[in-house]
Ligand binder design. Structure first.
Ligand code: CA
Length: 228
């Protein structure tokens, strides 16, 4: 079955370039030229992967990325951002919004093709089976993205925060370095202080008792510690 890729890009030459290589690779492409058109499409359809231009006529492609990450059934869809914005702060915004991979324009089109295939493979591996992890009073399911603490569901973590939490709990009581967290959770080059930002935000959202179990060891990393 053909995988479907949503390409949100307002620049025709760019769309043609993407089309030339991805259709050759056997993907079905759907195009949108605005944030609104992209969002409308996602109301009814679930593509296998999304390629987003960030500078769109009616806003930023990151709005679409945030929508995807916050929508059940779409939240694991890989997102590649294509952009001419090269400043660090824009990249950081992109990673915060849940972009999986960032390609700067002018893009190397074969590189895009490689990333598309790599990210789709990762999703296939991920969805082969969800694991329910029980840790005393804590339960986590990496398929339904549910965290249950003392029987209560904690439902407000972003996908990235969830992945980070899941990784720490799974590795518990091992101390995990920022670098290891980045390669497991971001699966791409990212800056280390993103980890701290995400840990901070995640702690704010967890019940205090649970948040306290995420320990930071200055200069080294983080761990989840389950009391006996
Ligand atoms: Ca553009």
């Amino acid at each position: 079955m053909n995988k479907t890729i949503l390409v949100v890009e307002d620049h025709k030459e760019m769309r043609d370039l993407v089309k030339s290589v991805l259709e050759r690779d056997g993907f079905s492409l759907i195009y949108a030229e605005t944030v609104k058109a992209g969002k409308d499409f996602l109301k009814h359809k679930k593509p296998d992967l999304i390629i987003l231009d960030l500078g769109l006529p009616d806003g930023s492609g990151l709005e679409i990325c945030s929508l995807v990450r916050g929508t059940a059934g779409l939240s694991k869809t890989p997102v590649i951002a294509l952009t001419g914005l090269t400043e660090f702060k824009d990249k950081k915004l992109g990673f915060d919004a849940g972009v999986d991979q960032y390609l700067e324009k002018p893009i190397v089109i074969e590189e895009l093709s490689l990333w598309v295939k790599a990210l789709l493979r990762r999703v296939e591996l991920d969805t082969r089976g969800g694991t329910l992890l029980t840790f005393g009073d804590l339960q986590i399911c990496n398929e339904s993205y549910i965290v249950k603490f003392k029987g209560k569901i904690i439902g407000n973590l972003t996908r990235r925060e969830f992945d980070l939490f899941y990784f720490l709990v799974k590795a518990s009581p091992k101390l995990i370095s920022r670098g290891a967290i980045i390669s497991e959770v971001w699966k791409t080059a990212a800056v280390e202080n993103l980890v701290d930002t995400h840990i901070f935000n995640m702690r704010q959202k967890l019940p205090r008792q649970l948040a306290a179990r995420i320990q930071s060891v200055p200069g080294i990393g983080f761990r989840y510690f389950q009391p006996r």
